[in-house]
Design a protein around this ligand. Structure first.
Ligand code: NAD
Length: 359
């Protein structure tokens, strides 16, 4: 059955990088991927055209799509919008909420060719391949009650860190399954020495473990996990954690790789429908210059093929094509180093496409 894909270019460099990713998607179609691709507006560009960062038409198309490829949203043009509900990022949050995208997959991969770009010693990060599975729709970012109120003559701010067993179980299953398809090691990150909610988190992970006998489950407190990520990151295969810890640890892990322009991400719901996007933002400082790195977005297409479209061979082919282009010494400006050739966004797209076809 033909599956629908929705491309949401968004703002800033979004249209430039999704244009290159769409070319790869078209090449996959030519190699038998049975999909129908449409585009829609989201973020600031949607606000400019329709007065809403997530127009009803976009949401409807998103609901009907098996997978969404998003560029990035936001930029200084919309930073002064007084009505917070109209800000570009509300477009993103609205998509996550409406589609129930509870599982955020954040790979941190260091290509050996780019190991020098990391702030850590190359030998610590060369060949790094971690997958952080972050719970995205619960935890302290959404827990009630929350607020700032007057108590005993002073203002008090408060939030609630809450997870139900079912919420923990569904993210746990995503992580166990991910680990069983990768290096079979799962590290669950919590703060069970202090927080009851993460005592429950740990219990549920332990309860799931016998169902995945091929996966070795371990537990780590979040403070230690942060230390271990910068001390010896290659000890990790898959990490699973709640929304807030995952937010912080996935950004730290991203920086181990040295380049934000290389990192894809996925957010999935229970039916495997997903939104795929680069980890970086809309980079307004370089928008329109034709120099943005399209590889994170192209690699997001690979994740889409693997996790929503069940086309792992094409996914691998895209990843191999990216590896080949890096081997050939082609770099956009953000990942350039001595002895490499700097290319534009479109030239990088051309090169990946050529390598994809040659494989
Ligand atoms: P950013 O990721 O857009 O940019 C940070 C730095 O990295 C900039 O110097 C930028 O030029 C560079 N950079 C980012 N992506 C690049 C790429 N593909 N190629 C080359 N260089 C790249 O983060 P920011 O500057 O903090 O935010 C800019 C805007 O993006 C803001 O409006 C922010 O709200 C938005 N944002 C959106 C998302 C999203 O859509 N998911 C995520 C983060 C930030």
């Amino acid at each position: 059955m033909t599956q629908k894909i929705l491309v949401l270019p968004g703002d800033g460099i979004g249209p430039e990088i999704t244009a290159q990713a769409s070319r790869i998607l078209a090449a996959c179609q030519a190699h038998g991927l049975d999909v129908e691709v449409e585009e829609a507006l989201v973020g600031g560009s949607a606000y400019d055209a329709h007065g809403e960062p997530l127009p009803a038409e976009t949401l409807e198309k998103a609901r009907a799509a098996r997978a969404i490829l998003l560029g990035a949203v936001g930029g200084p043009k919309w930073d002064k919008l007084e009505d917070l509900a109209k800000r570009p990022e509300k477009g993103l949050l609205g998509l996550r909420k409406n589609l129930g995208l509870f599982a955020n997959l954040r790979p941190a991969i260091t290509y050996p060719q780019l190991a020098e770009a990391s702030s850590l010693k190359p030998e610590l990060v060369a060949g790094l391949d971690i997958m952080i599975v972050r719970e995205l729709t619960g935890g302290i970012y959404f827990g009630q009650p929350r607020g700032i109120e007057e108590r005993n003559g002073e203002r008090v701010g408060f939030n609630t860190y809450v997870y139900s067993e079912s919420e923990i179980e569904r993210i746990g299953r995503v992580a166990f399954e991910m680990a069983s398809k990768r290096g079979r090691k799962l590290c669950s990150v919590d703060k069970a020495n202090v927080l009851e909610v993460t005592i429950l988190w740990r219990e549920v992970m332990e309860r799931l473990a016998p169902e995945y006998p091929d996966v070795e489950l371990s537990h780590m407190y979040v403070d230690n996990a942060a230390m271990q990520l910068v001390r010896a990151p290659k000890q990790f295969d898959v990490m699973v954690t709640g929304n807030m810890f995952g937010d912080i640890l996935s950004d730290a892990a991203a920086m181990l790789t040295g380049s934000i322009g290389m990192l894809p991400s996925a957010s999935l719901n229970e039916s495997g429908q997903g939104m795929y996007e680069p980890c970086h933002g809309s980079a307004p400082d370089i928008a329109g210059k034709g120099i943005a790195n399209p590889l994170a977005t192209i690699l997001s297409v690979a994740m889409m093929l693997r996790y929503s479209l069940d086309a792992p061979a094409l996914a691998q082919r895209i990843e191999d094509a990216v590896g080949k282009v890096l081997d050939d010494g082609l770099r956009t400006a953000d990942i350039a180093s001595e002895g490499t050739r700097i290319v534009s966004t479109a030239e990088m797209g051309d090169a990946v496409l050529a390598a994809f076809e040659a494989l």
